[in-house]
Each structure stands twice: as C-alpha cells, then as structure tokens.
Design a protein around this ligand. Structure first.
Ligand code: B12
Ligand code: SF4
Ligand code: SF4
Length: 370
C-alpha cells in the first residue's frame, strides 16, 4: 500500500506556487472535519512505541483468540509508515453513533425476551460512511494545497486506531480499552487519514479513569482481566461477532440476551453521561432492531436475514452465527411454550453448530423445569 498522490490542476493555493502555512492548514482541516460531521479531529505523528509493546504482549498471550488478522501484518499495525510508506502524520477523526432508540439499552437488557444488539450496529454499516467523509476531507485539503499523499482508513486495515487517536488528543483509552472523550463519552467510531503533509501535532489526551473500575466490575464474562487489558476470548463482542464456531459453554449463561456485541462496560461508564445522540440518519435503528424480541428474530429465515441486514454490519456474521447467538439467548430466557416450540423447530437444522446450541438451550429449559 502506498500513499495515493492525486494530481490535480495547479490552482492559487497549490503548494508548488505558494509555500503552505501548515499551522493554518491544521486549523482549517479541523474546521472542515467538523463541517463534514466529525465531532473531533486531531493530528499526531507516527511513533507508537509503548502501544506497540502492549500489542505484542497481548498477541503473545493469545488474547486475540481466533482473530488471526490481528497478528498477520508484523509491525505494520503499530508503525504507520511501514503500512503506508511516506506517512509522517495521521489525522484522526471521531464520529458519534449513539442512535435514537424506541427502547433504551437498559430496558432491553432488563427484558430477557428482547434481543440486545450493540447500539453501534442498529443502523447502517459505518465503514462506508466514514470512509466517504474522510475522502471528502482529503479532497478539501487537496483543493487548498494541491496534490498530496493520503490514505483513508476506518477499521479497514492494520492500524492501532485508539492509540493514534489518544496521541492526537481525541481522548484516552479507558480501563475497558475503549477511547473516551471527556466531553463526549465513548459512543463513537474512529477513522483516520494517513498523510505525507508535515502538519503540527496536537497534545495527547490524558487519562481520567482515576480510581473508578465500574467497567471491570460490571463485565458479565470478566473479560477485562486487568485495567486496560481485555482478553478478547472472554468478551461477548468477540464471542457473538468474531468467533466462527461454538461459543464455549462456560460463557453461554453469562451472555444473557446479547445477540450481537455488548455495550455493558460503556453503559456503566460515568463519562457517557456526556454523550450526545448522533444526528446521522445512517445510524438510526433499522428493522426495529431496537425493540425486537428474540423470537421474532429467531424466526427470520435465511432470506429474511439477508434482506433485513442488507447494508448492515450484522450481515457479516452470517445466518448460522445469527441463529447460534439467538439460540443461546433463548436458552437464557424464561422457557415458555412458544420459546420451546421455536427451539424444537430448529432441532433438525442442517448445521451441526446451530443444532448443538439449540440442544443446549432446550437442555437448560428441561433442567430448569426439574
Ligand atoms: C480487535 C478489535 C476488537 C476485539 C478486541 C478489542 C480490543 N480491546 O482490542 C473485540 C472483538 C473484542 C472488539 C470489541 C469491541 N469493539 Co472493536 N476493534 C478491534 C480493532 C479491529 C483492533 C483493536 C486493537 O488494536 N486491539 C489490540 C489491543 C492490544 O488493543 P487494546 O486492547 O485496546 O490495548 C491497548 C491499551 O489498552 C493499552 N494496553 C494494553 N495492555 C496494557 C497494559 C497496561 C499495563 C497498560 C497501562 C496499557 C495497556 O495498549 C494497547 C494498544 O494501544 C479496532 C479497529 C482498529 N483497527 O483499531 C476496533 C475498535 C477498537 N472497536 C470498536 C468498537 C466500537 C468495539 C465495541 C464497542 C463493539 C461492541 N459494542 O460490541 C467492542 C468493545 C469491547 C471492549 N471493551 O473493548 C471501536 C472503538 C471506538 C472507541 N470509542 O474506542 C474501534 C476503534 C473500531 C472503530 N474504527 O471505531 N473489538
Ligand atoms: S463489551 Fe461486554 S463482555 Fe466485552 S468487555 Fe465490555 S462488558 Fe465485557
Ligand atoms: S467505567 Fe470507570 S474505569 Fe471504566 S473506562 Fe469508564 S471511567 Fe474508566
């Protein structure tokens, strides 16, 4: 991957004609970023030594589980100039996603008949939207300085996004390992432009978790094994989204009604009192996923699943993992007749994994009745 250097016709602001005022340009980039819908924009260099050491230790302990892509790229993940030669600065951006909701996250979590999906996944997939806006930001910069080298990323390449954002001043990595902004909480996505422009850098954000450890205490599966250290293999987000095979039995009862990702550690974080609701239409709930019951979603056939999740991140887990996750949640729900009948209906389903999770759920109800 190389920095793309787009040639455009010379214009009054062209770097070749006028020396660029990088201090002015940095403040213009922040202004344009805000106009494009980013809540924060910061700039950093490419040195991530400490984070690299933590990443290597995390990988050495196998905390990434089956996420092979986390170790596939050598040190490129922590060395932006190795990933994209020529990179000297990273422009880091944040976009809030907390959507308006019919039922609140807490209401859904408290009702074992309802399906809890991570709030980030209720609307359209964020990847396209963020990349498009980053491209627009790059074009605005290009109009000002002429052709320059850049690449846009959002969760799309080996990039240590949170570490870069922390260095760019967008917030600190909390004990739950998500990035938090003092005024905006943590319900946001990150994206970045790698660039060859020698822009002035921002001051890194400082940590403000203090003595709090609410996220560690609330985590249903004890996945935050120490402050700032997540064992992904225990995290419900990993178990319901990234893991392809069977969910280890020890975690199934702890998953409750969470069928796609988990937000508990962020819901409890005091800094999210300051979070704002997103104004992006793309992030608003689709298919009534904010109020849906487990039974309704379990009864979607494969075609309904594919149609209903078009353009959503959920589609990527595939129909079998979808059924697997809901079967676990139905095993954790009170066993009324309708639930037992729906589970029994899938006992012959042509997937070993689905059948095994359905049997587990039925066994739970049988044991509960004894
Ligand atoms: C792999 C991954 C996951 C994995 C692992 C998570 C993780 N903590 O690594 C799983 C599947 C579990 C996951 C879950 C989620 N993810 Co995710 N994920 C990623 C991904 C692709 C890579 C993250 C990474 O680099 N991990 C490597 C490890 C080593 O990093 P780390 O745990 O954060 O550790 C850092 C620090 O904690 C510190 N550290 C580590 N050990 C130690 C030890 C000590 C003593 C100290 C002081 C510090 C320290 O240094 C490390 C490096 O900076 C990024 C996208 C990207 N390319 O960056 C999205 C990303 C992090 N995910 C994101 C989201 C939204 C989520 C979920 C909220 C989704 C959900 N609701 O289900 C959950 C949150 C779970 C959680 N508590 O973290 C957002 C986070 C936005 C934000 N505000 O921070 C990102 C940035 C995607 C994006 N572009 O927006 N994710
Ligand atoms: S997302 Fe859920 S399971 Fe993962 S660390 Fe946070 S509270 Fe624990
Ligand atoms: S809940 Fe407390 S410890 Fe956890 S990230 Fe938020 S402030 Fe930090």
């Amino acid at each position: 991957m190389k920095l793309s250097s787009k040639s455009s016709p010379s214009q009054p602001g062209d770097a070749a004609l006028n020396p660029v005022d990088f201090v002015l340009l940095a403040s213009q980039i922040k202004q344009w970023g805000r106009e494009l819908g980013f809540q924060a924009v910061g700039i950093t260099d490419t040195v991530l030594d400490k984070d690299e050491a933590h990443l290597l230790q995390w990988l050495a302990r196998n905390r990434h589980g089956e996420m092979d892509y986390m170790q596939r790229h050598g040190r490129k993940r922590s060395r932006p100039a190795q990933l994209v030669p020529g990179t000297v600065r990273v422009i880091s951006v944040r976009m809030d996603y907390w959507p308006e909701q019919g039922d609140t996250a807490e209401q859904v979590l408290d009702n074992p008949l309802q399906a809890y999906l991570s709030r980030y996944a209720l609307g359209r997939d964020y990847h396209k939207l963020l990349r498009k806006r980053l491209q627009q930001l790059a074009r605005r910069i290009e109009q000002q300085v002429g052709a320059f080298g850049y690449r846009a990323f959002t969760d799309s390449a080996p990039v240590l996004e949170k570490a870069l954002a922390q260095k760019a001043g967008l917030g600190w990595i909390g004990k739950h390992t998500n990035l938090i902004d003092e005024k905006g909480g943590s319900w946001f996505f990150l994206g970045e432009l790698f660039t060859d422009l020698p822009l002035p850098v921002d001051a890194p954000a400082t940590p403000h978790c203090g003595t709090c450890q609410a996220c560690i205490d609330v985590c249903p599966t004890r996945a935050i094994v120490a402050p700032y250290q997540l064992d992904a293999r225990r995290c419900i987000s990993y178990l319901t989204i990234e893991l392809k095979g069977a969910i280890p039995e020890e975690f199934r009862p702890l998953i409750g009604n969470r069928i796609y990702g988990c937000d508990d550690c962020q819901l409890v974080c005091p800094w999210n009192r300051f979070a704002q609701t997103s104004r992006e239409a793309d992030f608003m709930p689709r298919q009534q996923l904010d109020t849906a019951t487990l039974l309704t979603l379990f009864q979607w056939n494969e075609q309904t699943f594919l149609d209903s999740t078009q353009g959503s991140a959920i589609r990527r887990i595939g129909y079998h993992s979808w059924l697997r996750n809901i079967a676990v949640a139905l095993g954790n729900a009170p066993g009324d007749k309708a639930i037992i009948a729906a589970l029994e209906d899938k006992l012959d389903y042509p997937s070993d994994m689905v059948r095994e999770h359905v049997s587990w759920a039925l066994d739970r109800h049988r044991t509960a009745r004894r």
